[in-house]
Design a protein around this ligand. Sequence first.
Ligand code: SAM
Length: 305
Amino acid sequence: MDLPSDFKHAQDFQQRLAELYTPAQVTQILRGLSSDSARSFWYNPLKPIEPIGEYAKVPGFTDLFVAPEEDQLTYSQAATDGHIYFQNASSLFAARLVEAQESDEILDLAAAPGGKTIAMAAAMRNGGRLAAVEPVKGRFHRLKSNVERCGVTNVQFYQRDGRGVGRATGPRFDAVLLDAPCSSESHMRWDDSSTYAQWSPRKVKECQRKQKGLIQSAYAALKPGGRLIYCTCSFSLEENEMVVTYLLERTDAQLLPIEKEQEHFLDGITQRGRKALPQSLKSTLRILPHGVWDGFYLAQVKKPG
Ligand code: SAM
């Protein structure tokens, strides 16, 4: 019997998870993908206001708060005007890992809709310079308006393909964030089969091809001694450890460890079936979905100085 294509994709997806995670972790991921969770927000220091209400802090952050599902804050004027910013904990964690400083020159190579650009600009107190790249027209305009709404003034916007940027700029940036376009597996709804229409093993492969081009460009744009943060919201080995392996095999890039400071933080994977991947990939990070944390993958790469 032929299965509907979306159902087939759901089975493929689960099978792939089972190859990477323990049964308990697979259950945690599938539960995380089907739950309507609370959202997290931070106060934007570029547009300060008095704290609103009493909200619990997200463990691991001093300035990220949990707003329960359907909380009125989601629709508040403070959110619309950019005084507070709703952002998933994994996304904020990625932006903070860049450790953007006031005098830095930072490249955000896949920037729309701009959440991480805004978090980095806030950390830089609008100092230094942030170059934000987005090739898709509609998303580019959304990026600009989002960033401007939040009082950010240190960003220059470039509507272009990120794969050519490293060649064009040469090695000049103190840090590069590549929040790569991906199969978005962690945004799929396990209980809604229609979301699987967006996903297939072929799509994962296509994303990997683009990610390889982007990570090479990101590394080329980095000055000696600089750091690149590579991240995706996919669980697949192809889009994560294998893209990083591709860079490690072709350049002098080195991995820096990321501290596994939460229970739902796992080491990067160093095995593909019977084949061993570079053992240094252990120092990369896989975040399991957990409360306000989306599933995420992060690698911290250094260019020797
Ligand atoms: N960093 C963003 C944020 O935190 O709001 C999210 C980035 S999203 C995961 C990936 C983005 O990469 C999408 O906006 C997508 O349009 C863009 N993109 C797709 N192809 C690209 C390319 N060739 N070069 C640069 N960006 C690309």
